[in-house]
Design a binder for this molecule. Sequence first.
Ligand SMILES: [Zn+2]
Length: 1012
Amino acid sequence: MSDKENSKKKITTDYSDCAGKIKRQKSEKSVRDPALREPKSVVEKGYRGTLCLPKTGFSMKANLVQREPLLRKQWAKENIYAQIRKARKGAPLYILHDGPPYANGDIHMGHVINKVLKDLVVKYKTMAGFDAPYVPGWDCHGLPIEAKVVTELGEKVRQMSKLDVRKDCFKYASRYVKLQSKQFQELGIFGDFENPYLTFKPSYEAGILEVFAELVDKGLVYKQLKPIHWSIGCETALAEAELEYKDISSPSIYVNFPVAQESIGRLVELGLVEQSQAENAKVCFMIWTTTPWTLAANLAIAVHPRQDYKAISYDFRASIPDARCSRESRIVSIVATERVEAVVKAAGLKEGQYDISEKLARGSELEGLRYEHPFVENNPTDKDAFMVIPTEYVTIEDGTGLVHTAPGHGLEDYLSGQKYDLAVYSPVMDDGRYDDTVPDWLRGQNVLEVDTVINNYLRQEGLLFAEGEIVHSYPHCWRSKGPVIFRATEQWFISIDKELPPTASLRKQGVVGKSLRDLALQSVKNVRWIPAWGQKRIAGMLESRPDWCISRQRSWGLPLPVFINAEGQTLMTKESVLAVAKHIAEHGSDSWFTDSAREILGEDFELPEGFVLDELQKEENIFDVWFESGCSWYSVCVKEAGWSVPVDLYLEGSDQHRGWFQLSLLPGLGATGEAPFKSVLTHGFTVDEKGMKQSKSLGNYVNAQEEVAKYGSDILRLWVSSVNYQEDVRCNDEIIGRTQDAYRKIRNTLRYLLGNTNDFDPNVNSIAYDEMFEIDKWAMQQLQKLIAGVTEAYENFVFHRVFSLLYNFCTVEMSSIYMDVLKDRMYCDAADSLSRRSAQTAMHRILDCLIRMLAPILVHTMEEAFKVQKSEVRSQKSVESVHIAEMPKVDDSIDFRSAESRWQKLMGLRDEVLRVLEGLRQEKKIASNQQACVTICCDDEDAGVLNEFGLEQFAALCIVSEVKLQKAVGETTVVAEKSSYNKCQRCWNYWPSVGADSDYPDLCKRCVSVVH
Ligand SMILES: [Zn+2]
């Protein structure tokens, strides 16, 4: 045998994560396929026919791109998913409930990570003996789809009815469901792709309404005029999960609101303003804002009741040189004491240019004082306005300590407006333009474009004290990408803080008198979050979230099941919602737009007083698409499949703490009192090699379809398994391509094992563990250790550890040690000898276990290997596909722990021998390790270990001619020299017995016995 490959063996039992090492190892000499190593001289000498060379149909070249589609075709033909379900019928259920991607566009690398991780879980759980169904789903309604369709339709859309737009949306979504389904299946993902769940299916829609009926019944659903996030671009309300925060620059302005004449006396009384100032200066409340356009809707100024306020007086010409107004030369502005310094600085006032009042007043003392709006002459509302109100949320971290309050355009403003009975005034229309209730010069203007106009006006009036710019994080619409505004509109909400009625199920759980928020915060503690920080993250979001705005002013979605009578009163009860659910289950949600209330509710529906069936109008709003997907646990798991909830696992990207996890939790708790999931696993997002977000415009985008077409799915799957998905995942074509090297090493290991067990029948030729050769026992022990580690890693979803354990086992334990040591025995010993059968027993078992442990990752390659093994080795496999087989279990009769220290010693000595031989080879003193005679100089302890193992065995372990021992004290040393023995022309070993047989003078004793 040529054993030049021995030269750089990496002998290490380090199990640390090796994902990062792949590249480094690539530059080293790669381990060549041992099966290819065939000495030429054997052929020349005519001994070739006497060798047992490896033989297998499992080719070295994978040809994944050609081979994978053929396998998938076979799976489709055999309906592998149905076969798996049949095989696991009656086994304990394990439910991973799929989060629905949008039926929009090709799949991208984020989908690849998400779906492959899910498939790893499902395939592992299946092989671990569970009945683990996977029902893929798609989010088919909603703005992302409607926006695309409307864009595609262009001007035509203006002439189309709502129903016709919906028909186009349906076609669009169906098209992408089909496309993405195909692309997911190309990744080797198994699931019920014949019957996926689609949120626009009537049965699914009915499920949403059934959940909604429960929430209605518990009094959690209400309609209110309230400020919500509004997308001007998409003309609809947005939920928290539909916002993207971006840093933008906004104007930062300090504005003086003149105090009303009637209130100045009070300020004099408080000592903030002197009598002379009251007569000669303009007295103002100073506010600060970054949204000048909302000033048009100002109805109050908020102060903190326990904060101190002072007055700054200054000559306004000094601070605002270009102001036209000169009615007063002196201005007195009230600001919070702690903000005086910052406010003065903002206007660039120098010492001597201003005075500060000695006296101060409490915010509570300013309550009820009146002011004149800077540009709105008359109160536009039918309620009181333009006064100072004390509220707790006023902070003195920025601004002036006096807060401009517009109840129609901010949530806190709205709440304090409720408290002081202010109108919810929003003079902004759906398209973002002011309505006619604002001053002439603002009417019809887009609110996002008027900041400069308003600032100019205030400057000219002499009311703009200071202006600047501020960069801050501001919400933007996820679809139109434009900045969103806060705007009061009539919307439907789910109350997060209302106390839930004491239902039987809540009483059973001991939670009475709690709100949805209380229940949610409690339940997230009982869910297993992977990684663990997910709990804190979602809890933080739940603590601060507002009521859920569930209505949308669009076409493509499930209509809100609300009827309105002639007086504008609404009808929405559990019974009416369930009646709508029943109708939609039969006729689909389009029927809401075509059928009458009589047809929908039915003739016999009992209406409350004041409602007449034929006079009922239907609500035009549709559901927030998040409410639809948030009911999937019910529509899919409970209603359709009959599984019990909570299900075992939800697995999505880490942005879903705000999205699907939270918005499934809330309807789940509202309807049943229980969270819909037991565990939640999250993964990071793909970024480029520098950690930057990937996008087509940046040019660092990785096209998933191109990667599959170039490398094959198994390479992508191997790559997904190798990364730490809990962090952001760096990915580009080069990183994915590098995985091919790891793949080749794994494939070659399997090929060697398949090739060398070709003539092995486990039922006939197996050797009992106790009778095995020592090194074969070692291999069996390493296998048990591997199974234990891999099982634990799979159980904990640590797939990159599964990968590194299996990869290291293939490259180190197998390729660098075991397969190398075995070559002589496998090729040269007699075919049916104990030595060969012992090795084959171990190899057969290792191969079988490796194939199964790798099957969830390399779904195509392991199926191929499994089928080759089934056909070539008489292994009597009972199942047709590796994906129906079960995961290997640790063989408890094999003790891999107690022998560990002895093996560590032996492998350490072997390392030392190989190191010395390497030097000898470099000096050209020997051509191969087989030519070397080794003397180990050691103390009694090491000698004892070696003698117990057997020197001949140790020589075989090091693949040398002979090993001798020499007694020494101190450190163990190794001396090697060229062997004086002759070379056997069949096995290339330099053994003492070469030439002993006169019939075969060029062979060793072993080879003579085999050839003879
Ligand atoms: Zn020989």
